[in-house]
Design a protein around this ligand. Structure first.
Ligand SMILES: *Cc1c(COP(=O)(O)O)cnc(C)c1O
Length: 427
């Protein structure tokens, strides 16, 4: 599928300047584009010609960066969104509407869980959540006649479970629906879900792709292998004329490789307007240029910190699929042979009190509700994101009071370990 290495795609993908053109991608800071005749512009509105007319729909800077992410994932079409939340909303809403149903892994990002279980439920879309460790039978039992998609995260944030993408893809395809994978934590450097059967990939580019804590953003990529027309009864939005867009039938006009992203742009971006600014796309591209180099270091640091914490007298458990005794180790060796990510979570024996003392004592790791940054950061959900919950509720939710999530940045592993070691002494 790939005709050049992932590093070359990170550095040079998506934009090839012509003679005398800028070496770095130009920031096209313009809301609109000028045409000589109304007829020229009319062709763009009819999707008869490709070109730019209004940045809410498309912008050259964003397209260069989307094309790079598309190449990294090995997809056929891609688009940027204003955030990871917008990417996941669009990816699902593009093929599911009121009265439809979606199967999702239960260990997904909290924001996505809320989007699905509260906000999209209000829109009439029902979700069934299944464990990422479910059997084939349990997965099978989650499907309904009105199921339109299956959703999961390669490496879940913050649970750090690793999804059996092949198992979820087989189940989805047996029911004639696509598998959508949020590949934020693994990034295409460590896993390319299309190679394992996924059909649509989403990203919060806010995390490792940006990598410097600079801009919130998202992306959606189509693998181009789901045959919408073969399941036309399920996907009228793709397979019957769109009266709101000059009667175009997306799956006919743009084929398997282009229909999903074209519909998502022409309808959802047109109507919801969750675009990424060209300036942020430029910053995102700077992050992408070093993604392959940074991921290696994030993973080395994550591994070193996980190994240090493993067996420490004040630590009762460490979650990191790079540890040989992790329940996800075998799955990680299959899907993430070059490493997973820099996020490690661990539980302090001393519970809430110990966690609070540990967090206070940290010097290098900052307390942040962020992950996947060049600078290491730490979070104790019980005293921040989940602080309204009791110890019992926290335990039931899989985030015990003494749980700490550390996102290993790009510093020297020895310094990170030294910081954690002295904070553990205080705990
Ligand atoms: C952060 C995150 C999101 C949401 O992305 P935003 O850019 O914050 O909107 C979605 N999925 C995963 C896995 C995330 O880590």
């Amino acid at each position: 599928m790939r005709n050049r290495g992932i590093g070359t795609s990170c550095v040079q993908g998506g934009y090839t300047p012509g003679n005398g053109e800028p070496r770095q991608i130009p920031i096209v800071q313009s809301t609109t584009f000028k045409y000589d005749t109304s007829e020229d512009m009319g062709k763009l509105f009819d999707l008869e010609a490709s070109g730019y007319f209004y940045t809410r729909l498309q912008n050259p800077t964003n397209d260069y960066v989307a094309a790079k992410i598309c190449e990294l994932e090995g997809g056929t079409a891609a688009m940027l969104t204003s955030s990871g939340q917008a990417a996941n909303f669009f990816a699902v809403f593009n093929i599911a509407s009121s009265g439809d149903h979606v199967v999702s892994a239960s260990t997904i990002y909290g924001g996505t869980f809320n989007l699905f279980s509260v906000t999209m439920a209000k829109m009439g879309i029902e979700f069934t959540f299944v464990s990422p460790d479910c059997t084939d039978e349990e997965l099978e039992a989650a499907f309904r006649p009105n199921t339109k998609a299956v959703f999961g995260e390669t490496i879940a944030n913050p649970a750090l479970t690793v999804l059996d993408i092949g198992q979820f893809a087989r189940a989805a395809h047996a029911h004639g629906v696509p598998l959508i994978i949020d590949n934020t934590f693994a990034t295409p450097v460590n896993c390319r879900p299309f190679e394992w059967g996924a059909d649509i990939v989403t990203h919060s580019t806010t995390k490792y792709m940006d990598g410097h804590g600079v801009g919130v953003g998202g992306a959606i990529v189509d693998g181009g292998r789901f045959d919408w027309m073969a399941h036309a009864d399920k996907y009228p939005g793709l397979c019957t004329p769109d009266e709101s867009y000059h009667g175009i039938t997306y799956a006919e006009k743009f084929g398997m490789g282009g229909a999903f992203i074209t519909k998502c742009t022409a309808q959802l971006m047109r109507d919801f307007g969750s675009i990424q600014s060209p300036q942020n796309a430029f910053y995102l591209n700077l992050g992408l240029e070093s993604l392959h180099v940074r991921m290696k270091r994030h993973c080395e640091n994550g591994q070193a910190v996980a190994e240090y914490l493993h067996g420490h007298e004040k630590v009762s458990a460490v979650s990191y699929c790079g540890l040989p005794d992790s329940p996800y180790h075998a799955r990680a060796q299959k899907y993430l042979p070059n490493g997973s990510c820099g996020v490690v979570s661990f539980e302090l024996k001393g519970g809430r009190e110990a966690a609070s003392r540990f967090m206070k004592a940290l010097k290098l790791c900052a307390i942040e509700t962020h992950v996947a940054d060049a600078r290491s950061c730490c979070l104790n959900p019980a005293s921040s994101t989940h602080r309204q919950m009791t110890d019992e509720q926290l335990k039931a939710a899989g985030v015990p009071a003494g749980l700490i999530r550390v996102s290993c940045g790009l510093e020297d592993a020895a310094d990170l370990i030294a910081d954690i070691a002295q904070a553990l002494e205080q705990a």
